[in-house]
Ligand binder design. Structure first.
Ligand SMILES: Nc1nc2c(ncn2[C@@H]2O[C@H](COP(=O)(O)OP(=O)(O)OP(=O)(O)O)[C@@H](O)[C@H]2O)c(=O)[nH]1
Ligand SMILES: [Mg+2]
Length: 391
């Protein structure tokens, strides 16, 4: 259902998105809210704006605390390594135990509930990749409404590259899974791949509007979509549509609403007896869409699988690059989305690099002979080595 906002409301939104200082942004968002009619079609939007205001408020509070020199809870963890993975779950499921086994982070493990009270990161080496694992304070009923550390935890989840949803097999697993799903859903974080992906990348003034439809627009034309964007004051941007997108999906992207984060279920405490039935129950619930990895932090079972499951979940591949005059490829791979082409890689290396692209040589296990000379559209696979030649 579209939001059908008035021109005045859209104008206010524009002002809000242009506002730099959080205080000013809050004020504009408040004014914007007063112009949003209350009906079913704006329900999500209103919830989102409220959350945005709440997050901004916390941000202000955090800044003040920092200025005063008092160490308060962290709201964001700066990304390090190849991917940031946030560990979510109800209290006492073993999030700290997992973090301490995978990384060298110093954490407190205890059978008291709610021991972890702030975002706690650690680095986890998986083959030649580094995953930053972040334990978030426990989820509970009402987290998405801002209860306890809810905002902190769910903001971290929103900013992550992937999620570990952790469950304690010694308790009711289905209930725990429902709790996590409910709170994520309320915070508009999807863990199932959406049908459509809309990316709006703002560009410098004068760049113009460029709509790239890789998938399909279901209920509107490109022209209508451009009109919608312009009505929100978006004149300079590249908009990429993947999958089957509706005009609502695009509006949602304008408001930075729903995000998709891949997730993996970690079923901990697999050392306790009679877990088969519980895992089956969980499987019945989540189906094929999410993997379930049973582990035991206590007995150190299944931990060797965590790295490769995270890698699989992220849907990325590793590409090694080689300079034409060098003998060996880089030790550190680039991680790019599965299905990426040589050109996508060139863009990743440098935003302007690809313009002078001439050809590439690729070494790959799947090629009958390596290296092979390939063009920009060549689709890469995990482990490939690429040497790019410029014009
Ligand atoms: N039996 C069993 N107990 C475990 C396992 N992993 C953790 N525990 C215990 O579960 C309790 C909670 O562990 P934590 O790692 O502190 O759990 P948490 O999810 O970080 O909890 P909070 O931060 O307090 O929300 C501790 O008493 C652990 O010793 C496991 O694999 N098996
Ligand atoms: Mg903990």
């Amino acid at each position: 259902m579209p939001a059908n906002l008035t021109a005045e409301a859209k104008h206010k939104w524009r002002e809000a998105s242009q506002a730099r200082r959080p205080e000013e942004k809050i004020e504009k968002l408040r004014e914007f809210m007063s112009l949003v009619p209350k009906h079913k079609g704006t329900e999500n939007l209103r919830a989102q704006v409220k959350r945005k205001i709440a997050t901004l408020r916390r941000e202000i509070a955090e800044k003040k605390r920092k200025k005063a020199g008092v160490g308060g809870p962290k709201f964001f963890v700066e990304k390090e390594g190849d991917a940031q993975i946030v560990v979510l779950g109800p209290t006492n499921v073993g999030r700290s135990s997992l973090l301490s086994l995978l990384t060298n982070a110093k954490v407190e493990i205890s059978n008291y509930p709610y021991t972890t009270k702030e975002l706690t990161p650690g680095m986890f080496q998986h083959q030649d990749l580094q995953f930053q694992i972040v334990e978030a304070p426990a989820l509970m009923e009402g987290s998405a409404d801002g209860g306890a550390w809810g905002l902190q935890t769910l903001t971290a989840a929103r900013n992550a590259d992937g999620l570990l949803l952790m469950i304690d097999l010694s308790r009711d697993s289905v209930e725990q899974f429902h709790l996590i799903s409910r709170e994520l859903e309320k915070a508009r974080i999807l863990t199932r791949k959406p049908k459509a992906r809309v990316e709006i990348e703002r560009k410098y003034m004068g760049a113009g509007l460029k709509v790239i439809v890789l998938g399909r627009l279901v209920d509107c034309t490109s022209k209508e979509l451009e009109q919608l964007l312009k009505s929100y004051g978006i004149h300079d941007a590249t908009v990429k549509i993947q999958g089957e997108a509706t005009i609502d999906d695009v509006e949602d992207a304008i408001f930075e609403g729903t995000v998709y984060r891949p997730a993996l279920i970690i079923a901990n405490k697999a050392d306790i007896p009679n877990i088969t039935k519980k895992i089956e129950e969980l499987k019945g619930l989540v189906g094929e869409e999410m993997k379930i990895l049973p582990i035991s932090c206590k007995e150190k079972l299944g931990l060797e699988m965590v790295g490769s499951e995270i890698f699989e979940m992220l849907d990325v591949i590793r590409i090694y690059t080689k300079e034409p005059h060098e003998r060996f490829p880089s030790k550190k791979p680039f991680t790019v989305r599965k299905g990426s082409t040589v050109l996508d890689l060139a863009k990743r290396i440098h935003s302007d690099f690809y313009k002078q692209f001439s050809y590439a040589r690729v070494w790959s296990r799947r090629l009958r002979f390596s290296p092979q000379k390939v063009g920009s559209a060549f689709i890469l696979e995990d482990g490939d080595t690429v040497e790019i030649h410029m014009k």
